[in-house]
Design a protein. Structure first.
Length: 367
């Protein structure tokens, strides 16, 4: 049997993640904080967006980019990446025909240019060209803008390509779950002929909240594209997928999600722990880059009295959570996954996991 690919906990990365657990971190950032009042007055805290509100989404994207130590222009793009609307969403918070100057005055001409370009370019074509490695020799790219035929084309610089890949990765991990995977099946190449009335069951929001079965593979391929000679030195490489040097196959992505979800749905023997342990271990082997299966496995190890294995699993889960800055399993938010994993790690290290079921309610982190 293949060894489980545990990851070591990078303390510097974990400390950055701990700073971002404070929900007010963004209000203390000298570059991002001045933008917040203008964005908030546009009602982003009231707008629905996939697994939460538009505010929740924008803050989550900015959080991943901050965790990945991106320059402030890239973080600002993350915070504002859909404010002009785009082909994927009708949320328009600034009118691109009349309010570009206001956004320029707020964040500067260069940042506003990135925001406007990200909102008006063909995102589907961009993702497809990245996945196909359709770059110019220097890492730049010719790309169409949204709009009726014939479409205008623009050339993205290598830095813009790298920037939009990284922001797309943060944008996707923050929002994607099973409901979106159904209605936007096979994104970015969506079948637009499907009728909502026929697929009404898939349309019921939020659905079962299952983690996605295809997106981690796609995200790993976006990350691997940053190895292009013209892109690799443009911006800091995100720490996910071992700094974007490893991939996940579509088969392993789907299998890992299915295995994990079978445990969450209690679709495994419930009396003894041998089967559920084996299922979760196999899920981690198939996709070692998300923390939730490893976190659940850490708790299973604790229930079995395997404290050393629980330490390894919990530390590896914390590394994954610290690398992403967002949850893969959207049933609870990222900070909650991190908090419970720290409880598991503390219990494993101290040998204090309770024997009584009711005592789980008493658990608390001792910092």
């Amino acid at each position: 049997m293949t060894a489980i690919p545990w990851q070591s906990l990078n303390q510097a990365l974990f400390q950055r993640a701990q700073h971002l657990l404070d929900e007010h971190w963004i209000t203390k950032d000298p570059q991002l904080a001045p933008v917040l009042p203008v964005v908030m007055e546009r009602g982003v805290g009231q707008d629905w967006h996939k697994a939460g509100t538009f505010k929740h989404h924008l803050y989550g994207v900015a959080r991943s980019l901050a965790l990945w130590q991106q320059p402030h222009d890239v973080q600002l793009l993350g915070l504002l990446h859909s404010v002009y609307g785009n082909a994927f969403v009708d949320l328009v918070k600034f009118d691109a025909r009349s309010e570009r100057s206001r956004l320029q005055a707020l964040v500067g001409v260069e940042v506003e240019h990135l925001v406007h370009l990200f909102c008006t370019m063909s995102r589907s074509q961009f993702i497809n060209k990245v996945l196909e490695r359709d770059f110019d020799d220097d890492g730049g790219m010719m790309l169409e803008l949204n709009g009726p035929e014939p479409r205008t084309s623009v050339r993205l610089t290598p830095r813009e390509v790298a920037c939009f890949i990284i922001v797309s990765m943060a944008d996707t991990i923050e929002q994607w779950f099973s409901w979106q995977e159904e209605i936007y099946s096979r994104s970015p190449n969506v079948d637009t002929s499907r009728k909502q009335s026929v697929h009404w069951a898939a349309s019921l929001w939020p659905g079962p909240m299952r983690p996605p079965s295809r997106k981690i593979c796609q995200l790993s391929q976006l990350g691997l594209a940053l190895e292009h000679p013209g892109l690799k030195d443009q911006l800091p490489i995100p720490p996910v997928f071992n700094f974007c040097t490893e991939g996940v196959t579509k088969e392993n992505d789907a299998a890992a999600t299915s295995l994990y979800w079978s445990v969450i749905q209690l679709d495994q023997p419930l009396v003894d722990l041998d089967v559920v342990t084996a299922v979760l271990e196999q899920a981690v082997r198939q996709n070692p880059w998300v923390g939730e299966p490893q976190m659940v496995l850490a708790q299973v190890y604790l229930s079995a009295g395997r404290q050393d294995d629980a330490v390894r699993a919990a530390q590896s889960a914390l590394q994954c959570f610290s690398a992403w800055g967002n949850a893969w399993d959207k049933r609870v938010q990222w900070d909650a996954w991190v908090s419970w994993t720290r409880i598991l790690l503390q219990s494993a290290q101290e040998g204090t996991w309770p024997e009584r079921l009711d005592k789980l309610n008493n658990l608390a982190l001792r910092t």
